[in-house]
Ligand binder design. Structure first.
Ligand code: UN1
Length: 520
């Protein structure tokens, strides 16, 4: 595919998705005129070329309260609809996303900077979770129990919680919202989505798509709400008792604040926070597979996935070979405009990210690490206005302070280990985060040791697959500083519901449990 003429092509994309140059602060179907004066605006520049894509109004606190009220109202209608009918609405949303897959994928790429293939993949992830949620809408199962009392019946059932707050991050500007929103919706909840301030336009585009479907079905728009605002809005949501569950994706620092605020009011939080993901390459690994997975994991999305591969733990017997292979590949990676399909590495999100990249590399070297390749900031032809860097390989030790941190940039630390798989696992687990992990080995004993109860301590543990690129069908999330939440597949739906145990007496006696006698 040839390079696209950004201005024309992107203008068309924006038109197709209904994005104007100035966009409202929030969209619930009713725009508020009364609070306009209090709103600030924010310019959204593309990390690809620095162009101004659009200006959005940031919601005020008054806007927030209005959105809550609309959501509360919509909940009353939505919760009464049978779950499979709610699934039908989500099915239509999934179909509409299929229809808009390409323009939406392009906007994800242009606003966030991931390559177009990954932009499309992100939209596909939304479509996949819609399909999953449609099926789930007919499977909100509870257990039935046998009562200890005669002619009594017991079962548990699940009811919706109410308003679900969704705080999402810039790196997956739409997919992670969809994981939460689509499941929450089939469960009978309404949502309020606060996207990253860095990527509000893809959120607006999704909101418009969803609003279209709701309108066609004569349903209130307040079922899916969007609020574009700064950290103050996120904090309001975390403290707000009217929001029984807050799902937050982002840094551990942010997640701790949200978790504390929600915990203090005994609400529920679902946290998907930082990762410091490693691949272990054992002496029995297939090097070809290990290398391909490592490169995708480390440089894909320019190292800005929660699941990006940040540490490579290599058995000493394979170290030189793996290092050499990587050193051959890294200089050949095509870096540049992510809309041009020949490029595999796009830009970082903004200048702050470029600075953290540079600072991390400097720190790593100060601590004794050796920069093997990459680490430059690119400028000049093809890179004007964008935040392009060359992915870096650094020889390091796991205990370095900087290696212990998550730097949202394409830096891969090569760490040599000695001993057996248990030694590798010990180093692997010696970080505070616990999201994703992988081992490359053709030895079943090593693979099973890695997956065992004394193996990887992460929420995701893969064998002969990299750390990133999980399917939606599994529960997604991690332990320790990653926050403990699980989103997306498996039985993650349960977090969006409250469980009720029902016991029904169909006898004419009133026996008490535990055989207690209490005759009056
Ligand atoms: C994230 O980075 O927050 O597993 C989500 C993956 C993607 C989702 C990442 N499916 O890499």
């Amino acid at each position: 595919m040839e390079t696209m003429t950004l201005t024309q092509d992107m203008q068309e994309v924006l038109n197709t998705l209904g994005i104007q140059s100035v966009n409202p602060a929030y969209s619930t179907g009713q725009k508020s005129g009364s609070t306009d004066g209090e709103r600030t605006t924010r310019d959204i520049h593309s990390p690809v070329d620095g162009s101004l894509i659009a200006t959005v109004q940031m919601a005020s606190v008054a806007d927030y309260d209005q959105v809550i009220e609309q959501a509360q109202k919509a909940f009353k209608t939505w919760r009464m609809m049978p779950a499979p009918q709610r699934g039908e609405i989500v099915r239509q949303i999934g179909n509409r996303l299929r229809q808009y897959k390409e323009p939406l994928g392009k906007l994800v790429t242009y606003e966030m900077g991931k390559i177009y293939q990954e932009g499309l993949g992100e939209v596909q992830e939304m479509i996949d979770i819609c399909d999953f949620a449609v099926g789930q809408s007919r499977q909100l199962y509870g257990f039935t129990m046998h009562s200890e009392r005669p002619q009594h019946r017991m079962y548990d059932q699940y009811h919706p919680l109410g308003i679900i707050g969704i705080i999402s991050a810039f790196n997956f500007p739409v997919a992670v919202w969809a994981w939460n929103a689509m499941l929450a919706a089939v469960c009978g909840n309404v949502c309020i989505w606060k996207p990253s301030e860095k990527t509000p336009l893809t959120a607006l585009a999704c909101q418009k798509i969803v609003a279209e479907v709701l309108k066609e079905n004569d349903l209130p728009e307040g079922i899916f709400n969007l609020i574009i605002g700064d950290a103050e809005i996120g904090s309001k949501m975390a403290h707000d008792r009217r929001v029984p569950l807050v799902s937050a994706t982002g840094s551990t620092r942010m997640g701790k604040k949200v978790g504390e605020a929600v915990g203090a009011r005994l609400g529920r939080s679902l946290l998907e926070l930082g990762g410091n993901n490693a691949i272990i390459i054992t002496e029995h690994a297939d090097p070809e597979m290990a290398i391909r997975a490592t490169v995708f994991g480390a440089v894909g999305t320019c190292g800005q996935r929660c699941t990006s591969t940040r540490r490579l733990l290599i058995h000493e017997s394979r170290y030189d070979e793996i290092k050499e292979r990587l050193l051959k590949i890294y200089p050949t990676l095509s870096i540049g405009n992510p809309l041009d399909e020949k490029n595999l590495v796009g830009p970082l999100i903004d200048q702050d990210a470029v600075n953290s990249f540079k600072n991390a590399l400097q720190k790593a070297q100060e601590e004794g690490g050796k920069l093997l390749v990459g680490g430059e900031v690119l400028s000049g032809e093809g890179y004007e206005g964008g935040n392009y860097v060359t992915p870096a390989l650094v020889e390091a030790e796991n205990y370095y302070e900087i290696v212990q941190e998550e730097t949202f940039a394409p830096i891969l630390y090569l760490i040599k280990y000695q001993g057996d798989v248990h030694d590798a696992v010990a180093t692997h687990n010696a970080v505070s985060q616990g999201l994703s992990s992988a081992i490359f080995t053709t030895n079943i004993l090593e693979a099973e040791a890695f997956l065992s109860q004394r193996g990887s301590d992460c929420g995701i543990a893969n064998v002969n697959i990299g750390t990133s690129g999980a399917e939606i069908g599994g529960a997604f999330g991690g332990e320790k500083d990653t926050g403990g939440g699980r989103e997306s597949g498996s039985d993650a739906w349960k977090v969006y519901m409250r469980r009720q145990t029902n016991t029904i007496n169909y006898s004419t006696e009133l026996p008490l449990a535990q055989g207690i006698k209490f005759d009056i």
